[in-house]
Unconditional design. Structure first.
Length: 430
């Protein structure tokens, strides 16, 4: 006899609504694959009468999601609100404490409260699943938790935000400015129409890196201050200059163990056009792990949009319906350790530096002298004069230097009237 499982969906934005439609249309397929029937018994969002892409059943609509638990028997909760705190945290905690399985695509919630929530889930012998929180439809978390479970992973990195990857790729392909391409991304649904800040400033990718670190290295989620930079300052001229040098700009999330310490960062990188990562374009995400004995493994797929996200949410659902009770982070909360963090000041890279300067004698030598004072050696210089406006652009590629050296050096340029804007810095990857 088939057992029916009651489902609630809280949050009917792009992802929640798409998921609602997928669950309704794939009930038979889910039953065939798991031997379990599902029934959506409650849905919740702020506005019951909002015009939506898919028709909803208003008879099961709750404006206050807390009332769902008091009026319905729920077996599985989908949390699709997307807040790191507030109602997202409240209903997930409530569900887990009441022995209800939880599935969420909410990377902000997991990156901030994943440790505490996993502890509650383990105590109550229920699942907290969050495959969709990292890299859209790519099953990277399940791959690390199950497929690579016996490997010692030393590094995980990649392109973790489809919005920024689309913008950088489209700027190169269309020769259009950042602002124009951002508007395109918003129209296509790749970027939030209102405020896409969390994608653009690197926070979205950084939350994902923190989750990947905890899973890859069997650690508690790191809370330390790390380098987090977005793509807001990347100009079309940077894309063009990079292309002439055989490079592309990519926003990379990187996490690795260096001398027994955890290093995590998200920032734009210049990567060679001849590399795999340099050819992951559009809304695609790619995650690469390095470990022993497996070596290098990579997964690629769409990372933006409700379709890929729903694919991962349904994957989590099928896992729960098959009766798998698993540790949320692969091993028991009690066995996950805290780890000391790598000193970011010692992070070393070659650098791309773009200066906007007054076109006058002595400015270039001023810049190179300042760089040499901080032991930053110059590998290549590209000068582009703008005679009409009495300005010039100077691009310098440096040899490897540390974060502390470049930070101290660049702070001096703020005080110079011949430097028209604070220099743009992009790190070269490998």
């Amino acid at each position: 006899m088939n057992i029916e499982k009651n489902i609630a969906i809280v949050g009917l934005g792009q992802v929640g609504l798409y998921l609602y439609n997928e669950l309704n249309s794939k009930k038979k397929e889910i039953e065939i694959k798991t031997g379990k029937k599902i029934k959506i018994v409650a849905i919740s969002a702020k506005n019951k009468n909002k015009k939506r892409r898919f028709k909803i059943d208003k008879k099961i609509f709750f404006t206050n999601p807390i009332k769902i638990f008091k009026q319905k028997k729920i077996d599985i909760l989908f949390e699709c609100i997307g807040q790191s705190d507030g109602m997202s945290k409240k209903i997930v905690e409530y569900a887990l404490k009441n022995k209800i399985n939880v599935i969420t695509p909410n990377k902000a919630l997991i990156a901030k409260h994943g440790d505490a929530l996993s502890k509650i889930a383990e105590k109550n012998n229920v699942n907290l699943e969050f495959e969709a929180s990292v890299a859209g439809g790519i099953p990277i978390l399940r791959t690390i938790k199950e497929g690579l479970a016996t490997n010692k992973i030393s590094k995980v990195y990649g392109i973790l935000n489809g919005t920024t990857n689309y913008i950088l790729s489209e700027m190169e392909n269309s020769n259009e400015t950042f602002d124009l391409v951002l508007k395109k991304a918003q129209k296509l649904g790749y970027a939030e129409p209102g405020n896409p800040k969390l994608d653009l400033n690197g926070f979205d990718a950084f939350a994902k890196i923190r989750i990947l670190s905890a899973l890859s290295f069997n650690t508690k989620i790191s809370k330390s201050n790390c380098i987090m930079e977005g793509i807001q300052n990347i100009k079309l001229e940077d894309i063009k200059t990079a292309s002439k040098l055989g490079l592309r700009v990519k926003l990379l999330g990187i996490s690795e163990i260096i001398n027994g310490r955890l290093f995590e960062t998200v920032h734009p990188c210049l990567v060679s056009k001849n590399t795999y990562i340099g050819n992951v374009n559009g809304v695609m995400n790619a995650v690469i792990t390095e470990g022993k004995p497996v070596g290098e493994s990579l997964l690629q797929g769409e990372g933006a949009g409700p379709g890929p996200t729903s694919s991962s949410l349904l994957s989590d659902l099928l896992s729960i319906l098959r009766g798998n009770i698993k540790y949320p982070f692969g091993i028991s909360y009690k066995k996950r350790k805290s780890i000391k963090t790598f000193n970011n000041d010692n992070y070393a890279n070659s650098l791309y530096l773009r200066f906007e300067v007054k076109d006058k004698q002595g400015v270039l030598s001023l810049i190179t002298n300042r760089l040499s004072k901080f032991r930053i050696s110059v590998k290549r210089i590209i000068q582009t004069p703008d005679k009409k406006n009495n300005k010039a652009t100077i691009v310098i590629i440096t040899h490897k230097t540390t974060e502390i050296n470049i930070r101290k050096c660049l702070s001096l340029f703020k005080k110079n009237k011949n430097i028209l804007k604070h220099p743009t810095l992009i790190r070269l990857y490998n």
